[in-house]
Design a protein around this ligand. Structure first.
Ligand SMILES: [Zn+2]
Length: 310
């Protein structure tokens, strides 16, 4: 009997140890979609996405491109309502710049203006709810291709009370969504459903890949930060994806909680044009070479085909 109790304790402590954590981050609000093209389409798409987060109690964060909130020079009520829907659901919002420019092809000053422009509309809405507007997500995950650009940006963000929002599980969810949009617009629901199935397998494989990377680099499971986008495929499949993650032992945490983990204070000395996972920035900084990075899941050929040739 005592031995059985011992075994039970062992199993329980293992489960505690094995508890994995993940923050779900959603870029490019109010959204990138060809399917929801009506004026209020993006709002409907976001409402679907938000319902998945509510059903699974996920404290997700969305990153907003503020230029997309405007119709010419006037704020578009439907796009602003997207942000309100996120905040009403208790979700967070962060800055994803004014117009999503690539830092590696513009000047430092131009990029600073992009960051400041990214505060338009969203910052006020967030602060009206008594919350800080504090997270910044780099478009294309690019932080600068020279030490001067990277250092200046890091200093600028600190001076303006921003915290970087790192991504560990980088992926190509947007290709699946382009493919899915194209299949739906052609009325090929069977192919759309197949793209959806492939998407779930692909995303769970990507999370497993970065679990292995976490084991290799940190000898433990660090809280992961998953990159997704506000798009059609996530509006439809996010619930199934969250279910799969929960089944494989994940609990969903906020960005703030993830960033408390010391892993996120690892040195990031990566300088380059690549928009890569922070896990790999840390690995490169520690001198990891070729073989360490092997095994990333690939986008299936049928998905690439649908994405490229509607
Ligand atoms: Zn983006």
């Amino acid at each position: 009997m005592r031995f059985r109790l011992f075994l039970l304790c062992l199993v329980f402590s293992h489960q505690l140890w094995a508890q994995k954590k993940i923050v779900i981050t959603v870029d490019d609000l109010p959204g990138v979609t060809d399917y929801y093209r009506t004026p209020d389409g993006r709002l409907i798409m976001n409402q679907k996405l938000i319902r998945h987060f509510q059903a699974h109690r996920v404290p997700a964060i969305g990153f907003v491109i503020s230029r997309w909130l405007y119709h010419e020079v006037t704020p578009d009520p439907n796009q602003v309502n997207v942000l309100k829907a996120w905040l009403d659901a208790g979700l967070e919002l962060g800055n994803h710049t004014f117009s999503h420019k690539d830092f590696t092809v513009i000047s430092i000053q131009e990029y600073f203006d992009e960051v400041t422009g990214g505060e338009k509309i969203t910052k006020k809405l967030v602060e009206q709810r008594g919350k800080p507007f504090q997270y910044f997500r780099h478009p294309y995950l690019r932080k600068g291709e020279t030490p001067a650009k990277k250092d200046s940006l890091e200093r600028f963000l600190v001076q303006h009370n921003y915290r970087e929002a790192p991504v560990t599980v980088d992926n190509y969810d947007f290709l699946f969504s382009h493919a899915y949009d194209n299949a739906l617009l052609k009325g090929d629901t069977a192919s759309a459903a197949e793209i959806g199935r492939q998407y779930l397998d692909y995303m769970t494989a990507y999370v497993r890949y970065y679990e292995a990377q976490s084991d290799s680099l940190f000898k433990r499971q660090i809280p992961q930060s998953l990159l997704t986008h506000a798009n059609t495929i996530n509006a439809v499949y996010m619930g199934d994806l969250l279910k799969r993650l929960a089944q494989s032992g994940y609990t969903f945490i906020s960005l703030e909680e993830a960033l408390k983990d010391p892993a996120y204070r690892s040195k990031d000395g990566y300088i380059g044009k690549g928009g890569i996972s922070w896990m790999h920035r840390w690995a490169l900084t520690q001198g990891k070479k070729g073989v360490f990075f092997k095994g990333e899941p690939e986008v299936p050929a049928m998905v690439t085909k649908w994405a490229e040739n509607p």
